[in-house]
Design a protein around this ligand. Sequence first.
Ligand SMILES: Nc1nc2c(ncn2[C@@H]2O[C@H](COP(=O)(O)OP(=O)(O)O)[C@@H](O)[C@H]2O)c(=O)[nH]1
Ligand SMILES: [Mg+2]
Length: 223
Amino acid sequence: MSRIELNTPILGEAADQAAGLRHRMARQGTLVVNLLSSPGAGKTALLVATAQRLAAEFRLAALVGDIATDRDAERLRPWMPAEQLTTGGACHLEVPLVESGLARLSGTVTDTVDFLFIENVGNLVCPASFDLGEHLRVVLLAVTEGDDKPQKYPKAFRTAAACVISKIDLLPHVPFSPAAAIADAQAIQSSLEFFQVSALSGSGIDDWCEFLIQTRRARVEAT
Ligand SMILES: Nc1nc2c(ncn2[C@@H]2O[C@H](COP(=O)(O)OP(=O)(O)O)[C@@H](O)[C@H]2O)c(=O)[nH]1
Ligand SMILES: [Mg+2]
């Protein structure tokens, strides 16, 4: 009986593309950070708050995925070069779209950057399955979403290295237990690092930015 291998070459090609991008970025000293969350958890707001802390010392750039519009790239451009990746309906980003964004960025970013942030399409399901060649995957969970989400969307938490609990300024107004969310996420992946931040008040942003700097030092500066 003959056997037909389905998917394998395509998945192999995608893995090679992701590994190639990761290696190329590490060699030039760029830490690639892939941000995942449901829509509205605060990815763009976190990037603005991050840029406000880091832009004086580091070169930053962003690629922003959305199904439609370039509104997030517009929001980020006062702070860093940013290009929108419009998927036209697809629920996640893939490496070829990231590469096309990088090619467009090279029009404005002549030098290599220290941090490349990729804001994924708002969705806790599909983006978890696609390696974009990042060095650091971060999942955001806003306190307004409920502390039960890690167990409901385990892959996003299993594949991330860090979890940002966002909008903590709203904690007094919503029934959300950071301890419960952290315990559930740790049950999925014990090595997750947690940050409780508010992009609005700035609370927790310094620790988050220090983590980014240390991760860059460990992952790409030495290569
Ligand atoms: N209270 C509060 N609101 C926030 C915070 N971060 C983002 N938001 C608001 O949440 C909404 C969605 O934020 P946005 O950054 O667009 O989320 P994204 O879709 O994940 O990029 C906007 O109305 C933001 O102003 C925060 O730390 N605290
Ligand atoms: Mg956004």
